[in-house]
Design a protein. Structure first.
Length: 317
């Protein structure tokens, strides 16, 4: 029996209560089990038995750290919470990007404690949407939807950030999330507003022509969202009139479009691949369901199962 479990972050605007756990066994999804009760843990990170989550309620926002379902530390302030959170075990640091405040924050993890380390405002037009540390590149990468920029930061011995590189994308493209292929020296970035994937070679400082993620490039009410890379297979989710996973192959010239797959729900805000690459799980926010696909050897997706899950916003294996 192949068994793998994953976590689901959610909004708690309606009936969701927090973070849920599900399993995949015999090509089927198990029932959603509430493992952490919290307000709008919309994005997640974890290491061993620790879970890190974003937090937002009617007045406060920030991050929380849990062990075995119990809250052990938090750092909150007035205003909306961050949109993205990541953790680096090598640095013992948590990173957050705050879309509403247009700022980055870093935290030091000291045992069962969180220490706010640095606050970095990015300007009035900023809508920081993603942040994470890439060990092989030795940089902290940020997507800023408001500034239409990909930002790369150096990190010094005192674990402070300094800006190293700005990749300027077209106005109102809206970079949301990115993935890195260090072997190819490439960044693949999905742009929410233009529904495109941008490919940037950071060794040659070369930006390729963008690739559309949707079948109808003039479609209204479309928002690209998540992006994942496994081997030479790149996947992007689309929300709106077209709710789909677009599949590309990476090539020496950039990308080659392969196919698109219906997510069998509405508003696929996030999806993720199992560590072995055998499964892909999509969270459809507005239809309150998760959909399980088998990933075939050529990267194609095959529907297996679906399950009810309230307000899914993040999938984390």
């Amino acid at each position: 029996m192949i068994f793998v479990d994953f976590l689901v972050g959610t909004y708690t605007k309606h009936n969701s209560l927090g973070i849920y756990r599900l399993s995949v066994a015999n090509d089927q999804l198990g029932d959603a089990e509430l493992v952490v009760k919290s307000s709008s843990p919309s994005y997640l990170a974890r290491h061993e038995d620790l879970i890190f989550s974003t937090y937002s309620d009617s007045t406060m926002g920030g991050i929380r750290m849990f062990r075995q379902g119990k809250l052990i530390a938090e750092s909150l302030s007035y205003g909306k919470g961050p949109s993205h959170i990541s953790y680096s075990h090598a640095l013992k640091m948590v990173f957050t990007a705050n879309y509403s405040k247009g700022e980055l924050r870093t935290y030091l993890v000291k045992g069962d404690f969180l220490e706010l380390h640095e606050v970095m405002p990015l300007g009035e037009k900023s809508h920081a949407h993603q942040i994470f540390y890439h060990a092989k590149l030795n940089r902290v990468l940020v997507c800023d939807l408001g500034l239409d920029q990909i930002l790369l930061f150096k990190i010094n011995r005192k674990r402070h950030l300094s800006l190293d590189l700005i990749v300027q994308l077209p106005t109102k493209s809206g970079p949301r999330h990115l993935v890195v292929c260090h072997k190819e020296h490439r960044i693949y970035c999905v742009a929410e507003l233009s529904n495109q994937v941008f490919v940037y070679n950071y060794k040659n400082r070369y930006l390729y022509e963008p690739y559309s993620t949707i079948s109808d490039e003039v479609a209204l009410d479309q928002q690209a969202s998540a992006i994942r890379l496994y081997g030479d297979d790149l996947y992007v989710s689309n929300r709106g009139n077209e709710n789909s996973i677009a599949h590309f192959k990476t090539t020496k010239d950039g990308l080659s479009y392969v196919n698109s797959y219906d997510t069998l729900g509405k508003h696929p805000r996030d999806f993720n691949l199992s560590p072995n690459g055998n499964y892909l799980v999509v969270g459809n926010l507005e239809s309150d369901n998760l959909v399980l696909f088998r990933r075939l050897s050529n990267g194609a997706l095959e529907f297996l199962d679906q399950k009810d899950c309230l307000e899914p916003t993040a999938i984390l294996f």
